[in-house]
Design a protein around this ligand. Structure first.
Ligand SMILES: Nc1ncnc2c1ncn2[C@@H]1O[C@H](COP(=O)(O)OP(=O)(O)OP(=O)(O)O)[C@@H](O)[C@H]1O
Ligand code: SF4
Ligand SMILES: [Mg+2]
Length: 330
C-alpha cells in the first residue's frame, strides 16, 4: 500500500547512557531514525544493543538517574518529547502513542481486573480529548478491543484478574490496552517473546491487521527476522547502540551491505541469548569502554585503520554506516 510518509517521529542524534557502580555505560551513541505516518518500521539487533532503551526514550519513560541523556532529540510531529513537560508527555501517551512490552505480567496491574484497567485507559483518553463517554459506552469499547485481539469470551475476561489468564490471553490484554483508544503510533517491543511460537505468530498477525485497519504507524522490535520480513516495510539494524544500516526491508534483507547485517542474516531465524556466533564471532562490546571509531571494528573481518579512529556516519544515499562504502576514505 502507498503511504503518506510524512514523518511522525524523528529521532536525531540521540545519545543515552546509564550510571552504574563501575562508571558510565555509554549505550546509545547518536542514533537517528524516523517513522513515517502509517509506516511499519522494524528495529533489529542482538540482545543488549539498545532497542528497549530507544523505545523508552521515545516514550520518555527512562528513569533519570540511572539514565543520562547526553544529547539528541525525539521529535513527535516536530515537538521534542525529551523537552516536554510532564503534562504534555502524559497527553502524548494517553492519546497519541501506545506501547506493548515484552512481559505482560509486568505491564498489567495484578490488583485490578482487566475491565478496570482497560476502562481507566479509555476514560483517561476521553478526558484528554474532552469527550464524555457513558459507562456503557466505555464497557462496549473495552469489550470490542478485547474481541479484536481474538480473545475468547471478552465479556467474561473483563471481570478477570491478570493472574487468572494464560500467557497468550495476557498478551492479548496488553494489545487491547494499546489499541483500546485511537493512537497514531504503536511501539511494540518484542510483544510476543514469552509465548510459544504458534501463538506468537497468531498474535503478531492479529496486531498487524489491527495496525493496518487503524492506519497507525508501528515500530516493531522482534528477535524473529522472519517476522520483520513479513510485517515491516522498512528496517533499522542496530549494533551496540548505533544504527548501522537502514533500508526497505526486502531490499536490505536481499542485499545487506554492512558486515554486521551480513553476519546477522546468516544467523536467521533467532538472535536471542547465545549471540550471533554462527554469523560473526565475538560478542557485543562492553558499554563502559566501547570501541573507538566503528563500534563493530573488533568483530569485523574488513576492518581498516580508519575504522578504529573515525565513527562512520549513516549515509542518506547508501543507508549504511561503514567506511567500506565511503569512496573518499578507501
Ligand atoms: N536501567 C539500566 N541500568 C543500567 N544499564 C541498563 C539499564 N537499562 C539498560 N541498560 C543497559 O543498556 C544496554 C541496552 O539495553 P536494552 O534493554 O536497551 O537492550 P535491548 O536491545 O532491548 O536488548 P534485548 O534484546 O535483550 O531486549 C544493555 O547493556 C543494558 O544492560
Ligand atoms: S566501518 Fe570498518 S570496522 Fe566498521 S563495519 Fe565497516 S569495515 Fe567493518
Ligand atoms: Mg529489549
Amino acid at each position: 500500500m502507498e503511504r503518506n510518509m510524512e514523518s511522525l517521529v524523528q529521532v536525531k542524534g540521540l545519545s543515552v547512557g546509564f550510571r552504574v557502580f563501575e562508571g558510565l555505560l555509554r549505550v546509545l551513541d547518536g542514533i537517528s531514525l524516523r517513522i513515517g505516518q502509517g509506516e511499519r518500521v522494524g528495529l533489529v539487533g542482538e540482545t543488549g544493543c539498545g532497542k528497549t532503551t530507544t523505545v523508552k526514550s521515545i516514550l520518555k519513560v527512562l528513569p533519570q538517574p540511572p539514565a543520562v541523556i547526553f544529547g539528541g532529540e525525539v521529535l513527535f510531529r516536530g515537538k521534542d518529547v525529551l523537552r516536554m513537560g510532564r503534562r504534555a508527555v502524559h497527553q502524548l501517551r494517553r492519546s497519541s502513542v501506545a506501547a506493548i512490552f515484552q512481559d505482560p505480567l509486568q505491564a498489567l496491574n495484578p490488583v485490578f481486573t482487566v475491565g478496570t484497567q482497560l476502562s481507566d485507559i479509555v476514560r483517561d483518553w476521553a478526558a484528554g480529548t474532552g469527550k464524555r463517554l457513558s459507562k456503557k459506552e466505555i464497557f462496549r469499547r473495552c469489550v470490542e478491543a478485547l474481541a479484536q485481539t481474538g480473545m475468547p469470551d471478552p465479556e467474561r475476561i473483563m471481570t478477570c484478574y491478570p493472574i487468572q489468564l494464560s500467557g497468550g490471553m495476557r498478551q492479548r490484554v496488553c494489545i487491547a490496552e494499546a489499541l483500546v483508544r485511537p493512537v497514531e503510533l504503536l511501539l511494540a517491543d518484542e510483544p510476543t517473546t514469552n509465548l510459544d511460537v504458534t501463538i506468537q505468530d497468531q498474535i503478531l498477525r492479529k496486531l498487524d491487521e489491527l495496525v493496518e485497519e487503524k492506519g497507525m504507524s508501528i515500530l516493531l522490535i522482534t528477535h524473529s527476522l522472519g517476522v520483520v520480513m513479513d510485517l515491516t516495510e522498512r528496517v533499522y539494524i542496530m549494533y551496540a547502540g548505533t544504527i548501522v544500516e537502514e533500508g526497505k526491508t526486502e531490499e536490505l534483507f536481499t542485499n545487506p551491505k554492512h558486515p554486521y547485517t551480513q553476519g546477522l542474516l546468516k544467523s536467521i531465524p533467532k538472535l536471542t541469548g547465545e549471540g550471533i556466533s554462527q554469523g560473526i564471532p565475538g560478542r557485543i562490546p562492553n558499554y563502559l569502554h566501547p570501541p573507538s571509531g566503528c563500534r563493530f571494528h573488533p568483530r569485523c573481518e574488513h576492518v581498516m585503520p580508519i575504522c578504529t579512529q573515525q565513527k562512520p556516519p549513516l549515509t542518506e544515499s547508501e543507508g549504511v554506516a561503514c567506511h567500506l562504502y565511503r569512496g573518499d576514505v578507501r
